[in-house]
Design a protein around this ligand. Structure first.
Ligand code: HGY
Ligand code: MN
Ligand code: MN
Ligand code: MN
Length: 418
């Protein structure tokens, strides 16, 4: 595959440098299962961000961390042009892989570095952002950084805590942010002309169809519910079955109700119970309380709302004497389409590089869908081996990683030219 474009024969990303940086970053937070555990606002997260900032500074770029914990990297000629923002995230889920988020950030760094060193000025000023806490793995407020940057945070830093009761504000301060100055992280409306995010697909379609580049046409919406099943704890040997109010047995029905919502009943695209905690959680006590989450996703906003309502009805039906189920929506993120003009630019860039491409829908969430509230967004996908992500086995062929970065560079160069 030719890796330079007809429009910029000399300008190409340094594939070996990109791959080397990806390997180095994956060592930060490397866990005992061969994966990467670098949740937002942990010491590992901070080290990852510092690594990227050091690489940027060594390349003559200007990195800074904003009050919300976002790493922002600008080139040598800031200001005076519309901003074309490239971004993704450096935080990971627990026992995740090396590419989710990290790839888009390091490829964006490579693009910025090449343009700064060799590029004629582009119509827009490319700016790179590594958004803080996209996954919400330690602090359950995913997209924290992109919500802060777009001025749409609906919770304060003291209102979100980890499992040990540490607030996000405390962790943010320890990792280089300033919870008292979050407003300063906001970019005024109109200051971002466009936003581009390069990401691994995290699903099977590009690999199955032998396609190198996915031109994302839309991003899934997601509703997360916190559910509490209240029963009555009791002695496991002496409480007669007829007299029990077993919270876990009711929670098991609730788990199946969530699964069925998306499965056989097709009320939404996918539905998952990813967390479940039993109290007191000992062998010889009838469970008295279960805390669990339900996560529903769909590309259609109305379907997602109706699925949520249907789930609440079904949870109410599971209630029984002594068993009460309480739930609240902890997060609701709308599905969004991408911008048609950016889609065309990405496709044209892929064509110029002789990369095969196809439209694709994103079943994963991305910071792009938050930025969509203030700017047109475009997303580029590359194939995921075996379609897996959020697991240590997450990987993508080197040639595809390099091709995706080339398409990002080509798209940035084309923006504003037509
Ligand atoms: O869960 C998601 O879709 C995203 O990767 N945070
Ligand atoms: Mn992810
Ligand atoms: Mn991601
Ligand atoms: Mn006893």
């Amino acid at each position: 595959m030719p890796l330079t474009t007809e429009a910029n024969p000399g300008l190409t990303i340094d594939g070996a440098r990109l791959l080397g940086r990806l390997r180095r970053l994956a060592e930060i937070g490397a866990d005992d299962r061969g994966g990467v555990t670098r949740p937002g606002f942990t010491p590992e997260d901070r080290l990852g961000r510092e690594y990227v900032a050091r690489e940027a500074a060594a390349a003559g770029l200007s990195p800074r961390v904003d009050a919300a914990g976002n790493l922002i990297v600008r080139g040598p000629r800031p200001g005076g042009r519309p901003v074309l923002m490239m971004g993704s995230h450096l935080d990971t889920v627990r026992r995740g892989g090396p590419l989710d988020g990290a790839y888009g950030v390091l490829a964006g760094l490579e693009v910025l570095q090449q343009l700064a060193a060799h590029g004629p000025p582009t119509a827009a000023e490319p700016v790179l952002v590594a958004f803080a806490n996209e996954e919400g793995a330690r602090f359950p407020c995913p997209f924290w950084g992109s919500l802060a940057l777009t001025g749409r945070l609906d919770r304060g830093p003291g209102e979100v805590s980890d499992e040990r009761g540490v607030t996000l504000g405390e962790a943010l301060r320890e990792t280089g942010g300033d919870p008292d100055a979050l407003e300063s992280a906001r970019w005024r409306p109109g200051t971002i002309a466009a936003y581009l995010e390069l990401h691994i697909e995290q699903g099977p379609i590009l690999e199955a169809t032998g396609t190198t580049i996915g031109v994302v046409d839309g991003i899934v919406g997601r509703t997360i519910l916190d559910i509490e099943v209240h029963g009555r704890a009791g002695h496991a040997g002496t409480t007669p079955m007829a007299a029990r109010a077993d919270a876990l047995a009711a929670a098991a029905r609730a788990v199946l109700a969530v699964e069925r919502l998306a499965g056989d009943d097709d009320r939404c695209a996918v539905a998952t119970v990813g967390r479940l905690a039993v109290e007191p959680g000992v062998t010889n006590v009838v469970p008295g309380l279960v805390r669990m989450t339900a996560e529903l996703r769909d590309g259609d906003r109305d379907r997602l709302r109706k699925a949520e309502e249907e789930l609440l009805r079904r949870l109410a039906e599971i209630e029984a004497p002594g068993v009460r189920i309480a739930s609240r929506v902890s997060d609701r993120i709308e599905p969004v389409p991408t911008d048609p003009e950016l889609r065309s630019l990405i496709a044209a860039g892929a064509d110029a590089l002789s990369c095969s491409h196809r439209p694709i829908f994103s079943g994963a969430g991305h910071d792009a869908q938050i930025v969509a509230a203030v700017a047109p967004i475009g997303m580029i996908f590359v194939p995921s081996r075996n379609g897996v992500s959020h697991v240590p086995e997450e990987s993508t062929a080197d040639a595809d990683l390099i091709a995706g970065a080339q398409v990002l560079l080509a798209t940035v160069r084309r923006w504003g030219q037509s």
